[in-house]
Design a protein around this ligand. Structure first.
Ligand SMILES: Nc1ncnc2c1ncn2[C@@H]1O[C@H](COP(=O)(O)OP(=O)(O)O)[C@@H](O)[C@H]1O
Ligand SMILES: [Mg+2]
Length: 304
C-alpha cells in the first residue's frame, strides 16, 4: 500500500540522505537502552537498543502508543534521565546532565507561576550568564536591558502583545502559555528543541495555530526539533522525518525499538492537500504504532 505514496520514503542512512557535504549530526543516539527496576531483582526495559542519527535542522516527530517510551527517550536526550546502556551525544559531545544545548517544552506547566512572562523569558539567559554575585556588576544592568528587549521581540514574534509581558502565567490561556514556553526555549538559543506533546492540552483551533507558528519558526531558523506526539495528523503536518517506537512483545525484558523511520516531504502533509495519500499514510503509520507491523526482526529472526 505504501508503494503508492510518492513523497515519503524509508529513511536512508545519514550520508545517503544528505547532499555532497554531509551535515553535522545534531543528535546521535547509540545503542541506547533504558530500564527501570521492578521489585528487588527484576527490571522492566522501556527502550531497547535504540540507534538514531539526527541531522541538524531535521524536524523529527516521534510517535508510538502511550507508555512506549517516547517521553523517556526525550528526557534521556535532554539529560534528565540516563541510559542504562549506550550513549547520546548532542552537537558532538556526550549528554551527562541538563544543559542549554537543548530547549525543552513539555505539555504544560513549564513556566514559573510566581514570575511574570518577561521574568520567565529573561530568567534562562540571565542565570546562565550571570551568577548571583555577578548581578551586582554594572554590566548586568545593560545585559538585562538587552535580554528584556529580546524577550519582547520574541513575544511579538510568537503572536503575543507587549502588554502580556507583565502578566503571570495564571492570567494567560493555555495557548498563550505554550507560546511563552516556546519563546522561553528560543531565548536560550538552543539549536535543539525537544517538545513533549506540547500542544496536546490545547483546544483544536489553538493547537492548529500553534502548529502553524512552530512550522514557521522552524522554517526561518531551522533548529533541530524532536517533537513527541501521538497525533499522526499533527506528526505529518509538522515533521520532515517520522519515527515510530513500538514494542515487539509485552515481556518485561523487551523494550520499544524503532519500528518505522521515514522521511516526510519538507512542505508538510495534510488531509486537505494530500487527500487519499494522507489517509493511506496515517493507516500505514498506525499499524506500526500499534505494533501490528515492525521493521525490526522479531525474536525468531523473521521480519514482520
Ligand atoms: N522513573 C521511572 N521509573 C519507573 N518507570 C518509569 C519511569 N519513567 C517512566 N517509566 C515507565 O516507562 C514507561 C514509558 O513511559 P513514557 O516514556 O512516559 O511513555 P510515553 O511517553 O510513550 O507515553 C511507562 O510504563 C512508565 O510507567
Ligand atoms: Mg509521554
Amino acid at each position: 500500500m505504501v508503494s503508492s505514496l510518492s513523497a515519503p520514503q524509508a529513511h536512508p542512512h545519514a550520508e545517503a540522505s544528505s547532499s555532497l557535504l554531509p551535515s553535522p549530526k545534531a543528535i546521535q543516539i547509540q545503542n541506547v537502552s533504558v530500564s527501570y527496576p521492578i521489585g528487588k531483582k527484576l527490571r522492566r526495559t522501556i527502550l531497547e537498543d535504540i540507534s538514531l542519527d539526527i541531522q541538524q535542522g531535521e524536524f523529527v516527530v516521534l510517535l508510538g502508543e502511550t507508555g512506549c517510551g517516547k517521553s523517556t527517550l526525550l528526557r534521556t536526550i535532554l539529560g534528565q534521565e540516563h541510559p542504562t546502556q549506550g550513549c547520546i551525544t548532542v552537537s558532538g559531545s556526550t549528554v551527562q546532565r541538563v544543559d542549554s544545548r537543548c530547549g525543552y517544552v513539555p505539555q504544560k506547566y513549564s513556566l514559573f507561576p510566581d514570575r511574570t512572562v518577561l521574568e520567565n523569558l529573561a530568567m534562562g539567559p540571565e542565570t546562565s550568564n550571570y551568577h548571583i554575585l555577578g548581578r551586582l556588576k554594572p554590566s548586568f544592568r545593560a545585559y538585562r536591558r538587552k535580554v528584556h528587549a529580546e524577550a519582547l521581540n520574541q513575544l511579538r514574534h510568537l503572536g503575543l502583545q507587549q502588554s502580556d509581558a507583565g502578566k503571570y502565567p495564571h492570567q494567560l490561556s493555555g495557548g498563550m502559555q505554550q507560546r511563552v514556553a516556546i519563546a522561553q526555549a528560543l531565548m536560550m538559543k538552543s539549536r535543539v528543541l525537544l517538545m513533549d506533546e506540547a500542544f496536546s492540552a490545547l483546544d483544536p483551533a489553538t493547537r492548529g495555530s500553534l502548529q502553524r507558528l512552530l512550522r514557521s519558526v522552524w522554517s526561518e531558523t531551522k533548529p533541530t526539533v524532536v517533537f513527541v506526539t501521538h497525533n499522526t495528523a499533527e506528526a505529518l503536518y509538522l515533521g520532515t522525518r517520522l519515527i515510530v517506537l513500538a514494542r515487539s512483545s509485552q515481556a518485561d525484558h523487551c523494550g520499544s525499538r524503532v519500528a518505522l523511520d521515514m522521511q516526510l516531504p519538507a512542505s508538510g502533509m495534510s488531509l486537505c492537500n494530500n487527500g487519499q495519500e494522507f489517509l493511506d499514510l496515517v493507516d500505514h503509520i498506525e499499524q506500526f504504532s500499534r505494533g501490528d507491523r515492525h521493521t525490526m526482526p522479531s525474536p525468531d529472526g523473521e521480519t514482520r
